[in-house]
Design a protein around this ligand. Structure first.
Ligand SMILES: Cc1ncc(COP(=O)(O)O)c(C=O)c1O
Length: 435
């Protein structure tokens, strides 16, 4: 292990293994990363689901440069700067209608915890302070802070950290290979998984439940596309029982499905919607929570203290992030990236499913410009096969992402068809080489 790598404690990384055999990139442009020796690596994951406009998008780079020179920082506690107001307004116009009240954070994890707190604060404002139970879903990922971690449904993420939030319950996940393997787009079976909400309501009482939080498409646990009519059912059940619905759109927002947000794509409107990642093309860390006007109005209207929501971050609405966010929206508009993703989706679907006969593949899933390829785990060493594929692909010039034994793809929306072919050819080659 190189001693000079020791100081940096890397996130969600097997530090010992990585430092024994590191992979480094030093530059990025468009669809590619570049290693220190100048080798291009095609980015099939848009960084980490976030570089939607491609790397080094010129308008975004320039906007950050300018903002840094004009106003390096201003607190947003009781002081304003124009970029934050402008970005919130522009974002409001990009969001589903009526969800145009925006709270800025610095990450997806902070957005998740902020949304959960706003949900509880809403019921408090409405005179129902006992509505506090937060419902997530098995295999859900809402970041790593205590709220999102508790509501999320990934056991290993929780193991070492002691008691989490107490009043939390979980819906079952919707992954059902037995009935839905190799579905193209939304699987046909599984809308009834939403009915589990009725059982939770029966157990706890709707008067105790604040919100249901789900990812419209679960990304981090391996691209779980919602069954047809599942999200619609969830919305109807939340309405029936007066429960808020929160969509965690940290990966599905900003064109990933060929619509501005998954809420638009599925035609299901949540009450709160979390964002991060592509909001600034990840060029500056930022997250946000979009709130239905009713929620904002209720909390502001009912407050008997001057500050209506005791919540916020030192760098909420940071000028560099807002500048990057505005330039991201401009880039989306000028390059018609949402339409581009929608146009490319059928080609992407064909390409993903062409790997059906590749070795080890037991399921393929896709929606918009998202793809998931599930591999048969090796006996006794789950996750190892996918990790081997990841390393081989990197050596062959393509960056993929693996989670468990699933390969997840989420390329920048600027991808060309020839690059989709390159991804598929490289993955097929790698799968053929590993045992
Ligand atoms: C759906 C979802 N929510 C929240 C997060 C956490 O975001 P961050 O890593 O920016 O805290 C992620 C990250 O992958 C995510 O996919």
């Amino acid at each position: 292990m190189s001693a000079h790598l020791d100081a940096y404690w890397m996130p969600f990384t097997p530090n010992r293994a990585f430092k024994a055999d590191p992979r480094m990139v030093v530059r990025a442009e468009g669809m590619n990363y570049f290693t220190g020796d100048g080798r291009a690596v095609l980015d099939a994951t848009a960084g980490l689901w976030c570089v939607a406009c491609g790397h080094g998008a010129p308008r975004i780079v320039e906007a950050i440069r300018k903002a840094a020179g004009d106003l390096d920082y201003a607190t947003n506690f009781n002081l304003g700067h124009p970029l934050a107001f402008e970005f919130a307004e522009r974002l409001g116009a990009f969001l589903p209608a009526g969800m145009d009240r925006v709270f800025f954070t610095n990450s997806g994890s902070e957005s998740a915890d902020t949304a959960l707190k706003i949900a509880r604060a809403y019921w408090f404002a409405r005179g129902k302070p006992k509505k506090t139970l937060l419902i997530g879903r098995e295999r859900g990922y809402h970041g790593v802070n205590f709220g999102g971690l508790s509501v999320g449904g990934i056991a290993p993420n929780k193991t070492a950290f002691g008691p989490l939030l107490a009043d939390v319950a979980h819906l079952p996940h919707t992954h059902d290979i037995a009935r839905n393997a190799f579905s193209r787009g939304q699987p046909a079976h599984g809308a009834e998984f939403a009915d589990a909400l009725e059982a939770i309501v029966a157990e706890h009482g709707a008067d105790k439940i604040a919100a249901v939080m789900v990812e419209p498409v679960a990304g981090s646990t391996g691209v779980l596309v919602p069954p047809q009519n599942y999200l619609q059912k969830l919305r109807a059940l939340c309405d029936k029982h007066d429960i808020l619905l929160i969509f965690d759109e940290v990966i599905t927002g900003f064109g990933r499905l060929g619509a501005n947000f998954a809420a638009d794509f599925f035609g299901v409107k949540p009450d709160l919607l979390t964002m991060a990642k592509a909001i600034t093309n990840a060029a500056v860390p930022m997250g946000a929570v979009a709130c239905a006007r009713e929620i904002y109005d209720a909390i502001l209207g009912a407050s008997d203290t001057p500050i209506e929501l005791f919540h916020g971050y030192t760098t909420s609405g940071h000028p560099l992030a807002c500048a990057a966010g505005l330039a991201t929206l401009d880039t989306f508009h000028d390059e018609r990236l949402v339409e581009r993703a929608a146009d490319l989706a059928p080609y992407w679907e064909e390409a993903m499913h062409s790997l059906r006969d590749a070795p080890h593949v037991i399921d393929i899933r896709n929606l918009g410009l998202i793809g998931g390829i599930e591999l048969e785990p090796r006996d006794g060493t789950p996750t190892k096969r996918a990790l081997d594929a990841f390393k081989l692909c990197f050596d062959k010039g393509v960056l993929i992402r693996v989670t468990g034994d699933i390969i997840a793809f989420s390329p920048p929306l600027i991808i060309e068809k020839t690059q989709i072919d390159q991804i598929v050819d490289t993955v097929r080659g790698a799968l053929g080489q590993i045992d």
